[in-house]
Design a binder for this molecule. Structure first.
Ligand SMILES: Nc1ncnc2c1ncn2[C@@H]1O[C@H](COP(=O)(O)OP(=O)(O)OP(=O)(O)O)[C@@H](O)[C@H]1O
Ligand SMILES: [Mg+2]
Length: 278
């Protein structure tokens, strides 16, 4: 993977919360007593049982929890792909329950990038075309689209696979295309569900370096769902899903001297269940 940062036009463009120095400010996300239950036949599963979470713009947060504990369910709610059964969700201060489907789509397209656990690449499109997709939804001009998508694929070490379709790529290569696509359009909030799950250790380290660079240099707010403690440790803030709720884990410095909790978050050990509804 290349170590040079993506072109400024690719990553830094657009996101309104970003300052010129790449830092971001304000609250990105607030969940208040979010619940989600699923009913299958006669059985109802209470997956999320009162999740509270505040994420400031510019944070890098890992979410860990056992398989089936509700991580993807939570990501889908945060990403405006699903609605909670109860509770409130605010994205950039907007109460998303008050928004219709079209408004949700607009908010999602403008602000959120996704790396899905199962990639969700469109099989009939090439790597380049898959990465272009978010730019299509944003109305970016065709020539600019290809240039930006190409730059992202180059950056992620996939510059020589731009015309391959997903079935012509390995699992790790698909994962990298999915990450390039998530970065297209410079989202302010990046939601990544097991972004390194399919990768070898070296490629995974490269992906984490890229995500950390996006966070520290471009101010992108990033939530990473992971089973890998090594990935979690590289995030300044770590939370766990436990019995349907979120608990803050004590942040430990990364072994490589990586990021520590920022000075403005000396309370990284607190439980994430605090503030009353705004
Ligand atoms: N659409 C659905 N209908 C019914 N049950 C669902 C649905 N989606 C998820 N569930 C259930 O909700 C629970 C949480 O699922 P989820 O995918 O959020 O887990 P996860 O923490 O992401 O797990 P993993 O680490 O294996 O990806 C599971 O028990 C699952 O069976
Ligand atoms: Mg999952």
């Amino acid at each position: 993977m290349s170590s040079k940062p993506p072109p400024a036009t690719v990553v830094a463009a657009g996101a309104a919360t970003h300052h010129a120095d790449g830092k971001a400010s304000g609250r990105m996300l607030r969940l208040v007593d979010v619940r989600k239950s699923y009913r299958v036949g006669p059985v109802t599963s209470e997956v999320l049982q009162g999740v509270n979470l505040d994420v400031s713009a510019g944070e890098l947060v890992s979410i860990m929890g056992p398989s089936g504990s509700g991580k993807t369910t939570l990501m889908n709610i945060i990403g405006l792909l699903d609605r909670p059964s109860a509770g409130a969700c605010f994205l950039k201060g907007r109460d998303v329950a008050k928004l219709g489907d079209d408004e949700l789509s607009t908010l999602r397209n403008e602000h959120i990038g996704f790396v899905f656990q199962s990639f969700h690449l469109l099989p009939q499109l090439t790597a380049l075309e898959n990465v272009c997709l978010p730019l299509v939804y944003r109305g970016v001009a065709r020539a600019d689209m290809a240039e930006q998508a190409h730059a992202l694929l180059e950056h992620i070490g996939m510059g020589n696979r731009t015309h391959h379709r997903p079935d012509q790529l390995s699992g790790g290569q698909k994962q990298r295309v999915a990450i390039a696509r998530a970065l297209a359009g410079a989202p302010a909030l990046l939601l990544a569900d097991e972004p390194t799950g399919a990768l070898d250790a070296d490629t995974a380290a490269g992906i984490m370096a890229l995500l950390r660079q996006l966070n520290t240099e471009q101010g992108v707010t990033i939530l990473i769902i992971t089973h890998d403690p090594l990935v979690a440790r590289q995030c300044a803030r770590q939370v766990r899903i436990r019995e349907g709720t979120l608990v803050e884990a004590k942040a430990r410095p990364a072994a490589d001297g990586g990021p520590r909790p920022p000075a403005s978050r000396p309370d990284a050990t607190r439980t994430a269940t605090v503030e009353p509804r705004a």
